[in-house]
Design a protein around this ligand. Structure first.
Ligand code: DGJ
Length: 749
């Protein structure tokens, strides 16, 4: 039992954490504690000193220490004396935003209810969610607010969402709603967040929290390249393997905001939810509004454990269907191999090469439909361009299947080109404000996913394509931030709902298609990794991590991505050199190392490679397939921070701590230096490990790898787990920058 409801005390317990709330004498819901398990009621920590210039509830006016402005709240609301940032703000029929919520009831649930129309964490194969609702009400305003909690005991994760029910006979308007809100008394924290841009997503940033408000947000109706709905609060001394830290992840793919405030008495409040600048929602009498869900986890042992908790909850309780657990195909994608220039025969040649290399799946990217020979045209016209392919798509797919290869197709459902038959027929389906010139990006407009007619049309269209063509895979792209967000089917006073309704429309389409085609692997994408979030992972169990496949920069992007998202969800490919984004030339072997922590594939034209390179790729694919179970099912450890160090290093350890794969890349050659030390993690200190494979550069003698003498010597070496995790291992560096290395270890016990 992880949910404990005593008279006025409500505790959620996971294996290592406690989350505690209480009903105070005035019926308000206070947040008492989140963190390491304790063995008592934590209400003794509530402030009992008077703090000047803070308002006091009318009924408690003789107790001047009791102030909504300083109390830790489980759901801080706007108005009513709390001047800090609020997690819920509702405009009442008379126009005020003064909410006065008191506890109505606390209800343990015997199972978790689905969240209608939204992604949510659910029962897993080995662990069920335990659930509890806390019902709050503003009696006078006739508004009920339900806090839905779910607890994943083994995974150390707690989920929360908020539902608002309007019992008032008049309409109300929700202005802010943040499913995650955490109040901390007097604490020093760093904030870790992941900023970025196209081809440079999820860059790690860590900064001390100072007084005032920090806002990490997206107003792009997508989780975005620029910020990710994932925040960590970490004790200043927390690192990968030690120290307290709190992870917060929003399961949502639209505009979001993460706000952190340090107040007048050094308390910290964290909110993560819908972006209030990009959202408001009118709730008519007797209507309900359900917020997205937030996931929270606490680790006493640093970021590695925190990441494992999030990896596990996403793998077991967020992602669905066979691809959440099964092996994934190694693929070759046509984009950088051919861009828009191909025909059916060249694609069949690409398929032949793909098969010869030993990959499993060929993906035909952009350019197969309408008159799409550049990115100015044809989005929306999803009829195959037979003139270009010189054969029907079905015939092409059949021939690829006959080669023993799977076939996948690129689509971008939510977009429409101005130059398309669909736009000529249905201009009102694009989000364009009547009488204004639309804003274009990549020469495209965005479809109004808030219009059910559009969603139904897209469902009929794409389900037919998938069915008729017998597709095995879909790459679902999204190449611009929707703006303006305007829907021709909503009245003026409801246009502020469009950002959220847009996301709900996309979720509806994803739900119907993924439900109907459980054997099709859907990969998310948004100009690379612009929509890499837990909401999308509910539908698409892998997401193209970035258009930047340069091994140097990719290792940094993947570093940031790995804090919350499981390695099996990260779309990662080897591409040609010079790299199409950066012009860098990194060796094929080192590009393979960089692409290994993920789903693996190729983004190049094998016909342009040397014979020996093709043979190397064949070996890489065999090797990756052998390693994939360890990469997907093992625990992942970051061994260096590439934003502070001149190296990226990471490793995987299987659950029994018998096998490990260590990989990394030294970004900069340092002359006359005796190699670099890498300290390993996650091994059993009492076991002995033998190096079974080693590949790293040696400055004067070329590469150190299988087949050469010193490598053979080294691969016999035996180390204790304790030594590897204390002294580490010294890895030679070569006389070039961006030099990769890898080691495989196996326990002898
Ligand atoms: C952006 C994606 O990230 C690329 O991989 C490719 O699919 C292009 N779009 C195609 O337009």
């Amino acid at each position: 039992m992880s949910i404990h409801i005593e008279e006025n005390l409500f505790s959620l317990e996971t294996k290592n954490t406690l989350y505690q709330m209480m009903k105070d004498p005035y019926g308000q819901l206070l947040h008492l504690w989140y963190g390491k398990k304790t063995d008592q009621n934590m209400d003794y920590l509530i402030n009992s000193n008077e703090i000047n210039y803070t308002g006091v509830l009318y009924e408690s006016q003789h107790d001047r220490s009791y102030s909504n402005d300083i109390l830790p709240f489980e759901l801080p609301v706007s108005g009513h004396g709390d001047f800090r940032i609020s997690a819920l703000s509702i405009e009442l029929p008379e126009g005020s935003v003064d909410l006065d919520l008191r506890i109505k009831e606390v209800i343990p649930k015997d199972h978790k209810e689905p969240l209608n129309g939204l992604p949510y964490s659910h029962d897993g194969k080995n662990e069920k969610a335990e659930a509890m609702d806390i019902v709050l009400e503003d009696h006078q305003a006739a508004i009920e607010v339900i806090l839905h909690y779910s607890v994943f005991y083994e995974t150390d994760v707690i989920a929360r969402s908020i539902e608002v029910i309007n019992h008032n006979e008049k309409a109300i308007r929700i202005r802010r709603i943040f499913p995650i809100s955490l109040d901390f008394q007097e604490q020093k924290f760093d904030l870790i967040h992941f900023y970025g841009r196209h081809v440079m997503e999820r860059q790690f940033e860590r900064e001390p929290i100072s007084h005032g408000i920090k806002n990490i947000s997206s107003s792009r109706a997508m989780s975005s390249h620029q910020h990710n709905p994932a925040l960590i609060l970490a004790s200043p001394n927390a690192d990968e393997l030690s120290g307290p830290c709190y992870g917060n992840l929003l399961m949502y793919s639209g505009s979001f905001a993460g706000l952190v405030e340090k107040d007048q008495i050094d308390q910290i409040r964290l909110l993560l939810g819908m972006n209030p600048d990009h959202f408001s929602w009118t709730l008519e009498s007797n209507e309900r509004f359900q917020s997205p869900e937030g996931l929270m986890s606490y680790s006493e042992d640093g970021f590695s454990t925190l990441s494992h908790n999030f990896h596990h909850v996403i793998e077991d309780h967020v992602m669905r269907g066979r691809f959440a657990k099964e092996a994934k195909p190694v693929l070759l994608n046509s984009w950088e191999a051919a861009y828009f220039t191909f025909d059916g025969l060249s694609i069949l040649n690409l398929a032949r090469e793909t098969k010869e290399l030993g990959a499993d799946l060929l993906v035909l990217d952009d350019g197969w439909f309408g008159y799409r020979n550049n990115d100015y045209t044809s989005l929306g016209d999803w009829q195959v361009n037979e003139e270009k392919l010189q054969m029907p798509l079905e015939m092409l797919v059949r021939q690829v299947h006959q080669m023993g290869l799977k076939f996948g197709l690129w689509i971008e459902p939510e977009m429409i080109s101005e130059d398309s038959d669909l736009y000529r027929k249905h201009p009102e389906w694009a989000m364009v404000i009547p009488s204004r010139k639309p804003l274009v990006a990549r020469s495209q407009l965005v479809l109004d996913m808030a219009n059910p007619e559009v969603v139904n049309y897209l469902y009929d269209l794409f389900s037919k394509i998938i069915r008729d063509t017998h597709l095995d895979y879909i790459k679902w792209d999204f190449n611009r931030s929707p703006d303006p967000l305007y829907s021709s089917v909503l009245p003026a006073n409801r246009q502020s709902e469009v950002p959220h309704r847009f996301v709900l429309g996309t979720y509806n389409l994803l739900e119907r298609l993924t439900h109907e085609f459980p054997d099709v692997l859907f990969e998310g994408c948004a100009g690379g990794g612009g929509r890499f979030d837990a909401g999308m992972l509910y539908y698409t169990p892998q997401i193209w991590c970035s258009d930047d496949t340069d091994a140097h920069e990719r290792t940094k992007i993947q570093y940031g991505t790995s804090f919350f998202y499981p390695i099996r969800s990260v779309g990662s490919h080897v591409s040609a050199i010079p790299n199409h984004q950066t012009g860098r030339k990194i060796s094929l072997n080192d590009r393979k190392i960089a692409a290994s922590p993920g789903t693996f594939g190729y983004e190049l034209n094998p016909a342009e490679l040397e014979w020996s390179e093709k043979r190397d790729i064949e070996k890489q694919i065999i090797e990756y397939k052998r390693r994939q179970p360890l990469i997907f099912d093992g625990n992942y450890y970051r061994l260096s921070n590439p934003f502070e160090d001149h190296a990226a290093a990471w490793m995987f350890v299987d659950k029994n701590q018998d096998k490990a794969l260590v990989q990394g890349m030294f970004y900069r050659f340092i002359s006359n230096y005796p190699g670099r030390k890498v300290v390993l993690a996650g091994l059993d200190p009492d076991k002995k490990y033998q190096v079974t494979y080693a590949s790293f550069p040696i400055s004067t003698h070329g590469r150190f790898e299988e087949g050469n003498e010193s490598a053979a010597e080294f691969t016999k070496a035996i180390f204790s787990g304790q030594a590897l995790m204390t002294g580490g291992i010294r890895v030679q560096t070569s006389m070039n920058d961006d030099a990769g290395f890898e080691l495989e270890l196996e326990s002898l016990n």
